[in-house]
Design a protein around this ligand. Structure first.
Ligand code: ZN
Length: 296
């Protein structure tokens, strides 16, 4: 892992989940997200140590395990660090089984609680809400970026760098996962429109090699991707389908590799698209003979 400068005192460490680093003058730093697990946490601390840095703050964009899974390891090793998250994401971080509960809709079935979907419960010390938060002698702007999750936030440093979490994805990732994981399609589209109009100096997303080179064009491609998925689902629903049958057709269309976790991630995203289309009254729903059908 390597500490790479973006602008001013804002750096990042490229990893499977990129980690933002804001350097204070006194050898302390604020991290934005941490990564999946203890192994990542150990590598992260080694890299920071090589650069003479100790962690003071850990600011989480959202409660997916690949973003906060290493928080506990860092806090155990550097107990003075303070963990922050939005009020809604805090609920998921402190009760890490919640992610599986929303995916399954009840006590999760055996096989669902894999490492990728469940981190350890992580206590959150401070709630990050919209607006400016002063940490040490520096201000960070907290920007709501809901949609991918219920309460995702973006974090902007004084250098004009915004860390966007999973608010949008690289072209590579969209190719690999044509149906993105979305909790709320309407909120996600609003977030993308907001980012499209925004004017930060530098945009960092979590799963991408380096800062985003052409943010406007990439954000627009993410909007197009959501609209294509809405179109695809609407086309399929010219014949009435149950949610499970629609999910099957999407899995086959995109050739999504399957296991229990991936199945529930997929059906949850499909459900989010169905909610959006029902709200827009683009589709209807009926329950016939014990089956719930969606159709145009
Ligand atoms: Zn995520």
């Amino acid at each position: 892992m390597e500490l790479t400068k973006l602008r001013g005192r804002t750096y990042y460490i490229q990893a499977p989940t990129n980690v933002g680093v804001y350097r204070y003058k006194n050898g302390l730093c604020a991290l934005i997200d941490t990564g999946l697990d203890n192994t990542t946490g150990r590598k992260l601390l080694e890299t920071l140590e090589e650069n003479g840095l100790k962690v003071k703050y850990i600011l989480n964009t959202h409660a997916h395990p690949d973003h906060f899974g290493a928080d506990n390891f860092i806090k155990e090793n550097q107990p003075a660090s303070i963990i922050g998250a939005s009020p809604l994401e805090k609920v998921f971080m402190e009760n890490s089984n919640m992610e599986n509960i929303i995916l399954y809709g009840a006590a999760p079935m055996p096989g669902l609680s894999t490492r990728v979907l469940k981190a350890k419960d992580t206590a959150v010390d401070i709630e990050l809400t919209e607006g400016f938060v002063e940490l040490g002698d520096k201000k960070f702007e907290i920007v709501p970026l809901e949609g991918h999750t219920i309460g995702q936030i973006g974090i902007v440093t004084e250098d004009g760098v915004i860390f966007c979490g999973d608010a949008f994805f690289s072209e590579d990732k969209m190719e690999k996962y044509p149906l993105p994981f979305v909790f709320d399609v309407g909120a996600h589209l609003k977030t993308l429109e907001f980012l499209l109009e925004s004017n930060y100096d530098c945009y960092v997303i979590s799963h991408c090699d380096g800062p985003v080179e052409n943010p406007k064009s990439l954000i627009q491609k993410n909007i197009d991707n959501i609209n294509e998925n809405l179109g695809l689902i609407t086309d399929i629903l010219s014949q009435p389908q149950t949610r499970e049958d629609l999910t099957e057709l999407i899995i086959k269309k995109y050739d999504i590799p399957m296991n229990i976790s991936q199945y529930f991630i997929t059906i949850t995203s499909v459900s989010a698209f169905l909610t959006f289309l029902l709200e827009k009254q683009s589709i209807s729903m009926d329950i016939i003979d014990g089956k719930m059908y969606f159709y145009v």
